[in-house]
Design a protein around this ligand. Structure first.
Ligand code: ZN
Length: 243
């Protein structure tokens, strides 16, 4: 079984379509979504419609929770609030109900999926440093856990700190059986590691193989749609820089 891990799509339909095509060309038959399907981008309804029909799973992200209407937008940046208000108006009530029904954490076979952290899945903390990763790894019951939320692909091994699994992204790596790994799959729809290409990962369960993929997509089309929707200019410009 070979599946794709898609983090932080953020209503970027152009990036999502390019990633799905790439993943299918590598034989992926399941798609596990790490949350934040919506927010920031100009195609929330279209992206939710795709997410609902993909074989696989989807966990709840903070933008999904907010767009579903369950929470005040306090705590979000002004840019995010503007985009979430806009997003709420574009989603059908069925789509909001679907987003609101997503679970914060899923285990599929021997792998865990969560948007932010395992130590506080609904607290929306960020795993940026080794200490953050260790708090999550302490609660991880599977050899591998995928997270999103920071939009930066990286990996941590329990007790060994940062794991340089993706120094040569196109080669892929064979995951050691131990220790446990916590892996951020990066962002499909709004990368923030300086590389504007869409990011996602492929996991081959039989071979324990893991690849970080970077996929070119029509960034200008995604950015133009954000501007045409009247959303903040920053949301368009950051797609071009990947920051
Ligand atoms: Zn996000």
């Amino acid at each position: 079984m070979r599946y794709a891990i898609l983090g932080d799509i953020h209503a970027n339909l152009h990036a999502l379509e390019a990633v799905l095509e790439d993943a299918r060309s590598f034989g992926c038959t399941e798609f596990h979504l790490l949350g934040d399907v919506v927010g920031y981008g100009a195609f929330p309804s279209e992206c939710v419609a795709i997410a609902q029909t993909l074989p696989g799973s989807c966990v709840l992200g903070n933008h999904d929770e907010a767009a579903a209407g369950h929470k005040s937008l306090e705590g979000f940046s002004e840019t995010a609030r503007t985009s979430l208000d806009w997003t709420r108006e574009r989603l059908s009530s069925d789509q909001k109900a679907w987003l609101g029904s997503l679970r914060p954490q899923r285990q599929i076979r021997r792998t865990t999926f969560v948007h932010a952290t395992l130590d506080s899945p609904l607290g929306w903390g960020y795993v940026r440093e080794v200490a953050d990763a260790e708090m999550s790894l302490a609660l991880q019951r599977t050899p591998l856990c995928f997270i999103g939320h920071t939009h930066v692909p990286q990996a941590f091994g329990q007790g060994i700190g940062r794991a340089l699994l993706f120094e040569h992204p196109d080669q892929g790596v064979r995951l050691p059986r131990t220790p446990k790994y916590l892996v951020n799959a990066g962002a499909v729809g709004q990368p923030r590691d300086g590389d504007p290409r869409a990011a996602y990962m492929i996991h081959d369960e039989e071979q324990d193989g893991l690849w970080l993929r970077r996929v070119d997509y029509d960034i200008e089309a995604a950015a133009s749609a954000i501007l045409a929707a009247g959303l903040p200019v920053k949301l368009a410009s950051r797609l071009r820089t990947g920051e």
